[in-house]
Design a protein around this ligand. Structure first.
Ligand SMILES: CSC[C@@H](O)[C@@H](O)C(=O)COP(=O)(O)O
Length: 352
């Protein structure tokens, strides 16, 4: 059974606290928007799709308790709360696109005189709830397309060895995962020989979360420190790199966890295909290129400490960007739920 990072039933939301994994499994109650903002900002839940889903579900839970009977006030409050949730973490675009879609829905439900306040609430909450199933379906399609693309580039029926970075699995999504979904699909074909996952310093999403998911799924895998990537590609045959995305610009430049860019450079040097697996909700066609993506900088403490333990010399200056941008020229293909696209062909995706 795959890991359940988000537990939701109408009026109730709990998230698996990812800061405590892999040593402790504890769920945290999210009772409304304020809690939603906090769990996202503190990274108790993280990963671009999960951030969007948990943020929107925190609003659904709050609305369920709300007995407001004035649609105009409801609309206004919804807009303010969604904009607040978007501010919790700036780089992943999924929550911004979801907020825009929900604000449009609230505007039209508010303007439509045939819609009662009760119906407004019901239709708005149902739309948010639909995100959970849609994300899992999209991830499964990403898995299938990615698996097909990777198997097609290989000669014969030799072993498939994948390198991935950060965490893109069930914990980062509503379930199944994006890049990790591609790995799951490969595993289902019995062609997968081995997965290498990076530690993903400084917050260790690879060592703590991806390694946990790989062990849980019994996928043959090895953890490496981030600085082993070039040596790995030089000494062991890697079939492909597959990573996730926090925001893909219209030209294919991709923001993802810090360290992704240097993996893409080394993949190019070694002739290893480099894929980004991302749902359409991670593609921001409003930005022409990656240099327009806002990169979140995290507190020094996330770098200087591992848990409660200080590892850096006191007094040293720190620079801790959470993401970097991989130029489109280094990307072989962007795997979406609509198929695999060359980075310069994103405008051809039919988003319906
Ligand atoms: C399907 S998750 C895709 C990305 O969000 C993931 O690769 C990533 O960079 C997560 O960063 P995080 O800082 O842990 O939220």
């Amino acid at each position: 059974m795959s890991l359940e990072s988000i537990k939701y039933a109408r009026g109730s939301l709990e998230i698996l606290d990812q800061l405590l994994l892999p040593l402790q499994t504890r769920y945290v109650k999210v009772q409304g928007v304020e809690d939603g903002w906090k769990v996202i900002n503190k990274m108790q839940v993280r990963g671009a799709p999960a951030i969007a889903i948990v943020g929107c579900l925190s609003l659904a839970v709050e609305l369920e308790r709300d007995n407001n009977s004035d649609k105009k006030i409801m609309r206004q409050e919804i807009e303010g709360k969604l904009n607040y949730l978007v501010s919790a973490r700036p780089t992943a675009v999924n929550i911004k696109l979801a907020a825009d879609e929900l604000i449009n829905l609230a505007n039209s439900l508010s303007a439509d005189e045939t819609v009662t306040p009760e119906e407004f609430k019901e239709r708005f909450i149902s739309r948010i709830e639909g995100m959970l199933t849609k994300d899992i379906e999209d991830n499964k399609a990403i898995g299938r397309y990615g698996c097909e693309a990777i198997l097609k580039t290989l000669e014969g029926d030799g072993p498939v060895r994948i390198l991935t970075h950060c965490n893109t699995g069930s914990l980062a999504t509503a379930g199944y995962g994006t890049a990790l979904g591609v790995i799951r699909s490969l595993q289902e074909t019995k062609r997968l020989d081995h997965v290498y996952c990076t530690e993903t310093r400084p917050y260790n999403q690879g060592a703590r979360l991806t390694a946990y998911e790989l062990v849980h799924e019994k996928i043959p895998s090895t953890l490496i420190v981030d600085s082993v990537v070039s040596a790995l590609m030089n000494t062991r045959r890697i079939s492909a790199v597959v990573v996730g995305a926090d925001r893909v610009a219209a030209n294919g430049d991709t923001a993802n966890k810090i360290g992704t860019y240097q993996i893409a450079i080394t993949a190019k040097h070694h002739g290893v295909p480099f894929y980004v697996a991302a749902p359409l909700t991670s593609i921001d066609m409003s930005l022409t290129s990656g240099d327009r993506i806002k990169i979140e900088e995290r507190p020094d403490r996330e770098m200087t400490h591992v848990g409660e333990h200080r590892i850096a010399a006191p007094g040293i200056n720190c620079w801790n960007p959470s993401f970097d941008v991989t130029p489109a020229a280094l990307i072989t293909g962007i795997i979406t739920e609509k198929g695999v696209f060359a980075p310069d062909k994103l405008s051809e995706i039919d988003s319906k």
